[in-house]
Design a protein around this ligand. Structure first.
Ligand code: FNR
Length: 377
């Protein structure tokens, strides 16, 4: 019998994900003062119910000013642990693995939830446009807040805030922790010379631009239990050079991403989650199926670290091919899970795999998708 890789367990350290298809982190912009609530229990519970091996809870800010919107999830306070634990327990109750992304939005902070528009949220509406920070004082886009260039003591303090959030994530029962170092948020804006214009030891050459990110990884790894996996999501390229695999040595490109991934590996990172873009306003994105898989493949080969592939992976057969070809070790999907929370089941069906999903449904419904509706209707 052919073994379908997508539905083999994936073990890292003491954590075993029951398959290799997980829910990518997605902000829901529905928290209150950074606290999750019933909406999140329902949302993440409904995803976990239908069989993904991993559910990564949305970007959760390590300080209030590190939220993208005032409605973002946060993990800057002990008061946020209990509500997060409710979500974690619901995910675990369905046999899935709870993951969480910790984040700082940097110069993309204090903006509106996308479903309300695209504007800077004023102080009077709960925003903090005067307390937005970045590597330098250049704004992400003309209509974004002008950031304050972080001082070195502020950078050191922020490293500690990431570590503090990791401790809270562990207390809440999170099993896979992901550091958000992608999409133009704080850490990734330091990586790229296109956004980082500093002249001190945190800017300029590659080694200086990645310093902050490495310090965060090191501090988090030191407090995150050694038997639990640590992942980092990066933007593998940022499309200033429109060729995704092209060079942008003074900005950010796949070559620097491979070097960075090697550094992460040396610091004990277990997997690099390979996304792209988000750092430069107005560049063009290749929006074709599986457009980021090439990054996961290059990083896996060159840095010899496990990678996750993400981005327009919407067919079980495609997900399986990525694993079969050794392009990545884990598959994440975002929007497909929002369209159809049963994506795992649909993928299993396409691959002719009988998977165990919640018995309360499966005894009655043998397949995720209906067949021969005319005969059975
Ligand atoms: C996202 N994405 C995202 N990425 C991330 O690293 N942290 C986050 O909190 C979010 N939030 C978020 C919200 C929503 C509504 C969407 C649609 C996306 C990006 C997401 O995780 C994923 O990488 C991309 O959507 C590409 O994968 P799909 O959706 O094509 O499978």
């Amino acid at each position: 019998v052919k073994r379908v890789k997508l539905f083999q367990p994936f073990q890292q350290k003491s954590v075993t994900m029951h398959n290799r298809l997980g829910v990518s982190p997605m902000c829901m912009y529905s928290a209150v003062d950074g606290h999750l609530n019933d909406y999140h229990v329902l949302h993440y519970g409904s995803l976990a119910l239908k069989g993904p091996g991993l559910v990564i809870i949305e970007a959760s800010a390590v300080v209030p000013e590190g939220r993208i919107t005032p409605q973002d999830s946060g993990l800057w306070s002990d008061s946020q642990i209990d509500n997060l634990k409710r979500v974690v327990d619901v995910i675990k109750s369905q046999g899935s693995t709870p993951g969480l992304q910790i984040a700082h939005s940097g110069r993309k902070a204090s903006t509106s939830p996308p479903f309300l528009g695209d504007y800077v949220v004023a102080e009077s509406d709960g925003g903090w446009p005067d307390r937005v920070v970045g590597p330098s004082d250049n704004a992400y886009a003309p209509h974004y807040a002008k950031p304050h260039a972080m001082t070195i003591p502020e950078i050191k303090q922020m490293v500690q805030y990431f570590a503090d959030a990791a401790i809270r994530a562990d207390k809440a029962g999170i099993e896979v922790l992901e550091i958000h170092a992608a999409h133009g948020y704080l850490l990734s804006s330091f990586f790229s010379g296109n956004s980082n214009k500093r002249t001190d030891e945190y800017g300029g050459c590659f080694e200086n631009r990645i310093r902050f990110g490495l310090e965060v990884v090191q501090a988090v790894r030191a407090v995150w239990p050694s038997n639990k996996p640590l992942w980092v999501r990066i933007s593998s390229a940022e499309y200033v050079n429109p060729d995704p695999m092209g060079e942008d040595p003074n900005g950010w490109d796949i070559y620097q991403s491979c070097r960075l991934a090697k550094e992460f590996k040396n610091l004990g990172v277990d997997l690099v989650d390979c996304s792209s873009g988000g750092n430069i306003h107005g560049v063009k994105y290749p929006s074709v199926p599986m457009y980021q898989v090439q990054f996961a493949e290059a990083i896996k080969r060159k840095a010899e670290i496990q990678t996750a592939a993400v981005g327009l992976i919407v067919e079980g057969t495609d997900a399986e091919q990525i694993l079969e070809k050794g392009q990545a070790d884990y598959i994440l999907a975002g929007r497909e899970f929002l369209r159809d929370s049963a994506f795992t089941l649909v993928a299993a069906q396409a691959l002719n795999v009988d998977i165990q999903w919640n018995k309360q449904y499966s005894w009655a419904v043998k397949k995720a998708r209906r067949h021969n509706t005319t005969k059975t209707g």
